[in-house]
Ligand binder design. Structure first.
Ligand code: GDP
Ligand code: IMO
Ligand code: MG
Length: 427
């Protein structure tokens, strides 16, 4: 059985954690391939709620091996506090594997993230302040620190000094901050080495051997398609590739091994941080979506910006990821609206545009063109099959499917594992 990718089709927070957890019981490996603890994935199991930031959601399934791939950036202090939190709740985390090639979010990367945002002022990206961008920048600049560097003190010291040379100039001369001492950073990083050691592995080899042995590997994306550094709403994006291609580079598994790419799609749209969002609502409907949907950031606690479903974005996600399926989440949140507007195209400078414009300026000018679909008032949270849904809810799903370009193979009707309607099996 080959590999599957599960990723966000919008701007993140689509419900990837729940969807991954749902499949976690039937797969052998769940792999994070990009991002870091900027992610906030909520998993609800019975009456227990878990908020995962760095660990793959598969960690909650006892038979599944969770893997942090080479494409992820790891803040060891966050990793340990997440592991401790789960251990205290009785979750066994001993199977975790971490790539020795994954880059470390150092304390100075967190500092640089925060000061850069402060200096951008009105033009800030609205990052999570977790050091994600500066860590990927160091990786690309070839001055990053990898997990494997913790096991050679001399190399680690040289690398930290090299990374800090330029940064200290910037911190002291531009940002008016105190210089960061390399020795202190090295000491802190070395203090993580022993505890990390049992988890460190050649994850490329492990995953490829697993696939040869017919094991099932599930890649769990962080963030979402529109936050992708290449395909998202640049510069209002994260600094990695959540899109399907990222699963290959971020894990060392080739594209020929991937048979299915599942886009997690919320039945409406949300976004955290700055950047364009054509269907954003500033009225009581937006407030109601936020309240009913519980749209508050898992990582930063910020209110999420809310708006109607945008089919232009969904079509774009289908294209850039080669989606084979959608998992539509949070349909239950829309219960109670008499009419539900859905954005089918944009108007840009007086012209109707069906596809996402590649130009940032055009996207900033995009005004949604809505079609309105009839709503439903019946409680759908107990629905177990598509036929259990009220006719108008069925029609809403069918309309979204038609507009979005890939079959909707599952529908979320509540946060719990079992509050899901499965239409086509993913495995
Ligand atoms: P992720 O980052 O993509 O994993 O998503 P988040 O966990 O940040 O946000 C999704 C939120 O929606 C979480 O609170 C989930 O528990 C919740 N959720 C997921 N699927 C559903 C669903 O189908 N219905 C409802 N009501 N909540 C859901
Ligand atoms: P999950 O995995 C929603 C957003 C931030 C900011 C931009 C850049 O839970 O869907 P960063 O700290 O990554 O440099 O911030 O990306 N962002 C997210 N928004 N969900 C996430 O993760 C996000 N991770 C980052 O708000 O706009
Ligand atoms: Mg989230």
């Amino acid at each position: 059985m080959p590999a599957l990718v599960l990723l966000g089709a919008q701007w993140g927070d689509e419900g990837k954690g729940k969807a991954t957890d749902l499949l976690g019981g039937s797969v052998d490996y769940v792999v994070r391939y990009q991002g870091g603890n900027n992610a906030g994935h909520t998993v609800v199991v019975g009456d227990q709620k878990y908020a995962l930031h760095l660990l793959p959601s598969g960690i909650l399934s006892p038979d599944c091996t969770p893997v942090i791939g080479n494409g992820v950036v790891v803040d060891p202090s966050v990793l340990f506090s997440e592991l401790n939190g789960l251990n205290e709740r009785g979750v066994d985390t001993s199977k975790l594997l971490i790539s020795g090639n994954a880059h470390i979010i150092t304390p100075y990367n967190v500092t640089v993230d925060k000061v850069t945002e402060r200096f951008l002022g009105k033009r800030k990206i609205g990052t999570t302040g977790r050091g994600i961008g500066p860590t990927y920048a160091d990786k690309i600049n070839r001055v990053g620190i990898r997990i494997q560097d913790l096991y050679d003190e001399s190399i680690l010291t040289q690398k930290v000094e090299a990374a800090l040379d330029g940064k200290n100039q910037l911190l002291t001369k531009v940002f008016n901050r105190r210089a960061i001492e390399a020795g202190q950073v090295v000491e802190e990083l070395l203090s993580y080495a022993d505890r990390l050691k049992p988890y460190v592995a050649d994850t490329v080899l492990v995953l490829n051997q697993a696939l040869e042995d017919d094991k099932v590997v599930l890649f769990e994306g962080g963030q979402g398609t529109l936050l992708d550094i290449d395909h998202g709403t640049y510069p209002f994006v994260t600094s990695s590739n959540p899109t399907a291609g990222g699963a290959c580079t971020g894990s060392g598994v080739g594209p020929t091994k991937i048979s299915r790419v599942i886009g997690i799609l919320k039945a409406y749209t949300t976004r955290v941080g700055s950047g364009p969002f054509p269907t954003e609502l500033f009225d009581e409907d937006g407030e109601a979506l936020r309240r009913i949907g519980g749209e508050r950031g898992v990582t930063t606690g910020r209110d999420r910006r809310c708006g109607w479903f945008d089919a232009v974005i969904a079509r774009y996600a289908t294209r850039v990821n080669g989606l084979t399926d959608f998992f539509l989440t949070k349909l239950d949140v829309l219960t109670g609206w008499e009419q539900i507007p859905v954005c089918v195209a944009y108007e840009i400078d007086g012209k109707r545009v069906e596809e996402l414009p590649y130009s940032q300026t055009d996207f900033h000018h995009a005004k949604p063109i809505y079609e309105t679909l009839p709503g439903w008032s019946e409680d759908i949270t107990k629905a177990k099959s598509f036929a259990d849904l009220p006719k108008n809810a069925q029609n809403y799903v069918k309309a979204l499917e038609e507009m979005s370009g890939a079959p909707i193979s599952a529908i979320g009707v509540g946060p719990g594992r079992d509050e899901t309607i499965e239409i086509n099996s993913f495995l």
